[in-house]
Design a protein around this ligand. Structure first.
Ligand code: T6T
Length: 326
């Protein structure tokens, strides 16, 4: 069975480890590369900061190299260029569950340790000895099914448990956003008064998500709510509602916490957002790679948490610290 450790347990284990292995690390300076889903996304910018903090603490070199958009065809050549630099480990957010398996296998075959952060390849169950995609050492991420369930419960509450809703999503075959949609729909089965309409896929483009909202609203004037399954989907849906006859009528629940979404929460346009902890994902990704490279076993799955941000708690510094860096 796959071991799932909480970030706190992992922190305690690795804090001890950092001291125990510093002598080994001094022999050779390790290089760890982080390949994000895309470079221009506050989520990955924040993840990079967390990775940098761990790299500094452990005395390793960190490379950050990615594509400017969420696109497999752009990510694969970036990955190939990173493999050519031969770092000791690659942390990567694969932009597709299947299409990144073969390119990542090349990294493993070249002796580079692979850890996936945020998204997974295959079914996300690593080090099982089964299937063609279990070779990464670990998967460090939020629990995305749970995230979708939290979103659904919040939206159900906002719309008084009845009416039509839909999921604004990026592209199919992305582990995170697929699972959020899955969790959302699972939870909505417990709310018989709510009808979930067809998911709208926006290619991670907020402008497309905004115009999709407008056509959905034109076709369903009784639309009650939207769940934006990631930053650009949520931002686009909120922008679509803004200034349209839907404003004040259609409720929006968001995923991710850039300043732009937080502003919409303050203005009342978005009811709440589910902030991930991307800095923790980056931090524990580097720590897990370091542990593996210095001869320690690493859990095959490391889970990080969420902070739900609403108008009522956004002023609390313990909540506001989870707003993403830009
Ligand atoms: O929601 C995050 C990330 O978890 C997902 O895999 C892709 O979209 C984001 O980067 C936000 O834009």
């Amino acid at each position: 069975m796959r071991q799932v450790f909480t970030a706190v347990a992992v922190a305690a284990t690795f804090a001890a480890l950092a001291g125990a292995t510093s002598a080994q690390a001094q022999d050779k300076k390790l290089t760890i590369a982080l390949v994000p889903g895309l470079t221009t996304d506050a989520f990955y910018i924040t993840m990079h900061k967390g990775a940098e903090a761990a790299a500094k603490a452990l005395g390793v070199d960190l490379l950050f190299q990615g594509a400017p958009q969420w696109n497999v065809t752009l990510q694969v050549p970036v990955l190939e260029a990173v493999i050519a630099r031969h770092p000791d480990a690659i942390l990567i957010a694969p932009t597709d569950k299947q299409q990144l398996i073969a390119p990542l296998k090349k990294a493993t075959d070249a002796g580079i340790a692979v850890i996936t952060v945020d998204t997974f390849i295959g079914d996300g169950h690593y080090q099982t000895g089964a299937g063609d995609a279990d070779f990464p050492i670990s998967y460090v991420a939020s629990d995305n099914i749970l995230g979708g369930e939290i979103g659904a419960r919040a939206l159900a509450k906002s719309i008084g448990d009845k009416g039509k809703v839909y999921v604004s999503n990026t592209v199919p075959n992305v582990s995170t956003t697929d699972q959020r949609e899955e969790g959302f729909k699972l939870e909505m089965k417990k709310h018989p008064g709510i009808t979930v309409l067809e998911t709208q896929f926006n290619d991670d483009d907020a402008n497309k998500a905004a115009s999709q909202f407008q056509s959905m609203y034109a076709r369903n004037s009784d639309l009650a709510g939207v769940f934006g399954a990631n930053l650009f989907s949520a931002l686009g849906a909120a922008n679509g509602v803004k200034g349209s006859p839907a404003a004040g009528k259609v409720r929006v629940v968001a995923f991710d916490a850039p300043g732009s979404i937080v502003d919409q929460i303050k203005s009342g346009l978005v009811d709440m957002t589910i902030a991930q902890h991307p800095a923790e994902i980056g931090y524990f990704g580097v720590v897990a790679a370091y542990a593996h490279l210095t001869g320690h076993s690493v859990p095959a799955s490391i889970g990080t948490g969420y902070t739900v941000i609403t108008k009522d708690n956004v002023g609390d510094p313990n909540v506001a610290k989870y707003i993403y860096s830009e």
